[in-house]
Design a protein around this ligand. Structure first.
Ligand SMILES: CCCCCCC/C=C/C(=O)SCCNC(=O)CCNC(=O)[C@H](O)C(C)(C)COP(=O)(O)OP(=O)(O)OC[C@H]1O[C@@H](n2cnc3c(N)ncnc32)[C@H](O)[C@@H]1OP(=O)(O)O
Ligand SMILES: NC(=O)C1=CN([C@@H]2O[C@H](COP(=O)(O)OP(=O)(O)OC[C@H]3O[C@@H](n4cnc5c(N)ncnc54)[C@H](OP(=O)(O)O)[C@@H]3O)[C@@H](O)[C@H]2O)C=CC1
Length: 291
């Protein structure tokens, strides 16, 4: 996390004054950076995840840094569980009287060849990333935003070229982006805007711990293949999130902003393809060139 003395948001410091925000997975990584942005711009921010202690620790740390009382941990919430989500949203609305901003940042997956993913493994990833995001949006809308308006940002993952090695997550996040397109129309009458931010490969300690040595190995191969030749920072993601949430983005809904240094336009070498290809050729004419 940046030192408070050196870190300044690029946005106006009262941008979210009086607003109440909920950031899922806000105790670590990208989510924590979004929390810092929102709190520093005047919002009251509730953070939640499965590990409540981690969220309390992050809230205490941020409040001690100068966001005194602006950051609070909500109840432990597993976004795979509908009842946890219902309780979390009602906790925020009852305690803070509003829910103006929702950032669906919680999510994750594991690296695996698709052929080795069990049914439960696939379900766990889809339940977390697609169903969890849907239920968070639905509850926020039904319990508050339908009558009061609001702004939602869903964090997704690079899925333009699929994501060999993380197929389940890319499929679920593509679903989130498509769901966002539907919801932006259905909820516009309630003055709810909903958008996505699709990060490329972003350095977060918490995120990469999840992959262990496999993560290091992949990174060595991925970084040279990225057009930007570097990883992104959490702050580069949270800047985009905050812009989408603010009034200046008032005509933006249903969109996806890629924060990926151009990574969507190259194939990431997450899986190795042998030089010798086995794909049979079809054709009647003799091949002039060796394909
Ligand atoms: C390193 C470079 C690669 C490119 C990076 C791309 C950029 C993306 C970065 C990020 O997303 S950073 C965020 C990372 N953080 C996380 O992913 C954390 C959250 N993830 C999880 O909690 C899990 O991955 C989960 C599967 C979503 C949930 O795990 P949980 O333990 O709660 O699931 P269970 O209900 O216990 O198990 C369900 C099912 O899933 C199988 N499974 C779980 N982990 C793995 C694994 N590592 N490999 C294979 N299978 C796994 C588990 O075995 C269960 O299935 P069955 O065994 O019962 O069939
Ligand atoms: N870092 C990267 O390169 C990229 C990350 N992303 C996405 O950005 C988001 C943040 O990732 P990042 O900050 O890197 O990694 P983190 O692991 O730090 O963030 C994931 C957060 O989600 C929470 N979470 C995970 N599963 C659940 C669940 N079932 N219910 C509630 N909370 C949950 C975790 O908390 P807890 O364990 O306490 O539940 C954690 O705080 C994720 O959705 C990730 O997939 C997308 C593209 C690239």
């Amino acid at each position: 996390m940046p030192e408070e003395s050196t870190w300044r948001s690029v946005f106006r410091n009262d941008l979210f004054k009086g607003k109440v925000a909920l950031v899922s997975g806000g105790g670590t990584g990208i989510g924590k950076s979004i929390v810092i942005e929102l709190a520093s711009l005047g919002a009251t921010v509730v953070i939640s995840s499965r590990n409540e202690e981690k969220c309390h620790k992050a809230a205490d740390e941020l409040n001690a840094l100068g966001f005194s009382g602006k950051v609070a941990a909500g109840p432990s919430t597993n976004i795979r569980k509908e009842e946890d989500i219902q309780k979390l949203i009602s906790h925020v609305v009852e305690r803070y009287g509003a829910l103006d901003i929702l950032v669906n940042n919680a999510g994750g997956q594991f690296i695996s060849d698709s052929a080795d993913i069990s049914k439960r493994g696939f379900q766990a990833v889809v339940e977390t990333n697609l169903q969890g995001t849907f239920l968070m949006c639905r509850e926020a809308f039904n319990q508050y935003m339908r009558d009061n308006g609001g702004s939602i940002v869903n964090i997704t993952i690079g899925n333009r070229n699929g994501m060999p090695g993380m197929m389940h997550s890319a499929a679920a996040r593509a679903g989130v982006e498509n769901m966002t397109a539907s919801l932006c129309v259905e909820w516009i009458e309630s003055k709810v805007r909903i958008n996505c931010v699709r990060p490329g490969i972003i350095f977060t300690e918490s995120g990469f711990e999840n992959y262990g040595p496999a993560g290091e190995y992949f990174l060595e191969k991925i970084v040279p293949s990225l057009p930007a030749k570097r990883l992104g920072s959490a702050e580069e993601v949270s800047s985009a999130v905050v812009w989408l949430l603010c009034e200046g983005a008032g005509y933006v809904t249903g969109s996806v902003i890629c924060v990926d240094g151009g990574g969507s336009y190259v194939a990431l070498p997450l899986v190795e393809i042998e030089d010798k290809t086995n794909l049979p050729t079809y054709g009647y004419l003799p091949m002039k060139a060796k394909l």
